[in-house]
Design a protein around this ligand. Structure first.
Ligand code: SF4
Ligand code: SF4
Length: 382
């Protein structure tokens, strides 16, 4: 089967194994087949040697969290994320992964009212103990604050504030806190127009390439002009920064260059803030899509270091097992990976954990960890 992986990129792995200690599925299981090197070897067998894409092969691919912790560790610069995206897209096109019910769920993310209604129903079902615990879902809000209002017309605003789909349904309070921080900095913001509600991050993980491209085009149309696009979800920011590669157009590359994680923006202006409160010790957890993909996790420390004593984890930023929809689709492995993260948090002394990604914070919260978004912590200190 042709997995449509670039031949040079597939050949670039020298099988050194330096990535293995950075791979959460390898660390949790000790299985070579569930490591980056093992997965690349399996891809080569299928794409280069004509081996069949067996159910076992699909399992090796589906169990990858797509955290990309293997990329910064790799001396050969293997772009593992792209290898995995091409593989998953091929498998999904052949209906070997992402069954119809999952596709239906992913499609709903682009219909915001439907998503909000579905989310409220799920929250009710949780209260009635109808949601299986093994899904590891943290407590969803029954009520959510009003949507944040723009502080400037779309043509004049300093930045666009991307609000997203799941983030807006489950963590709208983080948008309100982000708005407070932008206000304190004197930065005005506009909210995306119609169609700008879902960036496609979860779709690309699921191999739904055509759907991802459609969503990316909608998002680009929803935030015209040249103002920077500010994102407070690490996973969404990483996906939007990749639109140039995804769509391969000059317009998409220009759009992607405008995308900033909110901590990058706030860190650049941190001296303008005058906090009124010190928050004490805060443990910092790095979402993979901030640390390994956007590589902007230092900005979180610049921002929070102004208002708290930061405590680092001792696990070199290994994934927590959230991985977008991974925690729901691979609950057992996601739970094992999370156990290791929780142990690292406990070794650090526990307490409040700052996490800049909704998936990570909800996955950890479901295990009893007290998580808060860095923007919420900063807003409190202001
Ligand atoms: S993306 Fe993450 S889970 Fe997948 S192989 Fe790389 S390190 Fe392992
Ligand atoms: S992906 Fe990179 S680090 Fe991992 S085995 Fe291949 S060359 Fe070595």
């Amino acid at each position: 089967m042709d997995l449509h992986i670039d031949a040079d990129e597939l050949a670039s792995c020298v099988s050194c194994g330096l990535c293995l200690p950075h791979c959460p599925t390898f660390r949790a299981t000790g299985e070579e087949a569930l490591s980056p090197r093992g997965r690349i070897a399996a891809m080569r067998l299928v794409q280069n040697d004509g081996e069949p894409a067996t159910d076992e092969f699909v399992h090796f691919m589906e169990t990858c969290v797509q955290c990309r912790g293997c990329e910064p560790a790799c001396p050969s610069g293997v772009p593992f994320g792209r290898l995995m995206e091409s593989t998953r897209s091929t498998l999904a096109d052949a209906h070997r992964m992402t069954p119809w019910w999952q596709r239906l769920g992913f499609r709903a993310l682009a219909h915001h009212r439907l998503l909000l209604a579905g989310s409220s129903m799920l929250a009710l079902a949780q209260r009635a103990h109808l949601v299986p615990k093994r899904l590891g879902l943290s407590r969803l809000p029954l009520r959510r604050p009003k949507p944040i209002a723009p502080t400037a017309p779309t043509t004049d605003a300093d930045v666009w504030l991307f609000t997203g789909c799941v983030m807006d349904a489950w963590q709208r309070d983080v948008h309100a806190d982000t708005a407070k921080v932008l206000d304190a900095l004197g930065i005005t913001y506009a909210i995306p127009g119609p169609g700008g509600g879902c960036c496609g991050a979860l779709h690309v993980h699921a191999g739904l390439e055509a759907e991802t491209k459609r969503l990316a085009e909608n998002v680009m149309r929803s935030m015209p002009g040249s103002a920077p696009i500010v994102v407070n979800s690490a996973g969404c920011g990483a996906a939007m920064k990749d639109y140039g590669h995804l769509l391969d157009t000059a317009e998409a590359r220009a759009f992607a260059a405008r995308v900033q994680d909110v901590h990058e923006l706030v860190a650049a202006h941190i001296d303008r803030l005058e906090p009124r409160k010190h928050l004490g010790r805060i443990v910092v957890q790095d979402p993979c899509h901030l640390r390994h993909v956007q590589r902007t996790h230092a900005a979180v420390r610049t921002v929070l270091g102004r208002v708290a004593d930061l405590v680092e984890l001792d696990d070199d930023g290994v994934c927590c097992g959230a991985g977008g929809a991974y925690s729901a689709l691979q609950p057992e492995l996601a739970g094992q990976i999370r156990d290791r993260k929780v142990a690292s948090i406990e070794r650090a002394g526990g307490g409040v954990v700052a996490s800049a990604n909704p998936g990570c914070s909800m996955h950890l919260a479901a295990a009893g960890v007290r998580t808060r978004h860095p923007m919420s912590l900063l807003a409190e200190a202001l």
